[in-house]
Design a protein around this ligand. Structure first.
Ligand code: NAD
Length: 289
């Protein structure tokens, strides 16, 4: 069994971007600038946004963090996005999800201009991705592809089972793995909450992507010997022995599943680290394009 070390690969991606940004600066070109919008004070969202801003600093990007109270109205938020759309200094815009109930995530995603949609959630980017045209690919699936590519994992002809069909993880992942590309060409089964024979399908998987948000859902009896397991899940589970009062759990029962796999991503240190690296890659592309 080999661990797919997201931290290590993410660092390699970041180091490469750092070099590229240094060159941009030396040539007098524009420094990539990411604007992040955070609404409210959700603990996990705070952590994610802080980590994205910190990574910008690490690489040498400019970044702007814009905060709103969780009572902010939709019109105010959309107006801010439009302002950022027009701002030539800003190359990439991200709005940290989830958003409070009074705000439509769909409207927010649709308001960010596709050219600055470095999260890859805009319908225009999703449409292009589906057709294999150049587009921003949603950061989490993109990060997983970078990881598969780094470890030179052959995907061609394999049966991939993706659990979870969200617009930001499961569904784009299933599309990308089925595409005619070096990290695609899989036969893909997309599973969700209405899938009846989930265990049976998982046992047929050469590649298993767990993205459902249920801690330690995927157990050893659901995994074929030698499978490649990608754990996307991140859930905070109360743990009084920890300083923060919680532990981070993936969707895979790692301790028992890992020995049965050929490759597996740990949580933390797997897909999460790659997601940020992929976002940084998209932000660089925003300048280059
Ligand atoms: P979501 O809640 O939008 O979607 C979950 C999906 O899982 C749904 O499509 C649902 O049909 C499916 N599902 C739920 N219960 C199921 C069951 N019992 N059997 C089969 N399918 C089931 O979640 P999401 O936004 O895709 O996130 C999934 C997980 O990934 C969460 O833990 C989230 O925190 C994590 N996540 C991690 C990263 C990262 O960078 N590592 C990024 C995004 C999301």
């Amino acid at each position: 069994m080999q661990i797919l070390d997201g931290k290590l690969v993410a660092q390699a991606v970041k180091d490469d971007l750092k070099q590229k940004v240094t060159i941009l600066k030396q040539e007098g070109k524009k420094t990539p600038h990411l604007a992040a919008i955070l609404v409210g004070t959700n603990g996990a969202s705070e952590t994610y946004v802080a980590s994205k801003v910190k990574t910008c600093e690490e690489i040498g990007y400019a970044s702007t963090l814009i905060r709103f109270e969780d009572t902010v109205d939709e019109a105010t938020l959309l107006s801010k996005i439009r302002e950022l759309n027009e701002d030539a200094e800003v190359d990439g815009i991200l709005v940290q999800l989830p958003l409070p109930k009074q705000i439509s995530e769909e409207k927010v995603i649709n308001t960010i201009v596709a050219e600055k949609d470095v999260d890859g959630f805009h319908p225009s980017n999703i449409g292009k991705m589906v057709q294999g045209q150049p587009a921003y690919i949603p950061a989490t699936p993109y990060g997983i592809l970078l990881l598969l590519d780094h470890y030179k994992i052959e995907t061609k002809g394999k049966h991939a089972v993706v659990i979870g069909r969200s617009n930001i993880v499961g569904r784009p992942m299933s599309i990308l793995l089925s595409q005619n590309s070096p990290t695609g060409n899989c036969t893909v089964t997309l599973c969700h909450s209405h899938t009846k024979n989930l265990k049976e399908l998982c046992l047929q998987a050469d590649i298993l992507v767990a993205a459902l948000g249920r801690p330690e859902f995927l157990t050893v009896d659901m995994v074929k010997e030698g499978a490649i397991v990608i754990d996307v899940g991140i859930t905070r589970v109360e743990d009084k022995t920890k300083k923060k009062g919680y532990a981070i759990k993936g969707d895979v029962a790692y301790e028992t599943v890992a020995p049965k796999c050929s490759y597996i991503t740990p949580v933390p240190g797997g897909v999460g680290a790659m997601t940020i690296a992929a976002l940084m890659q998209n932000t660089y592309q925003a300048v280059i394009r």
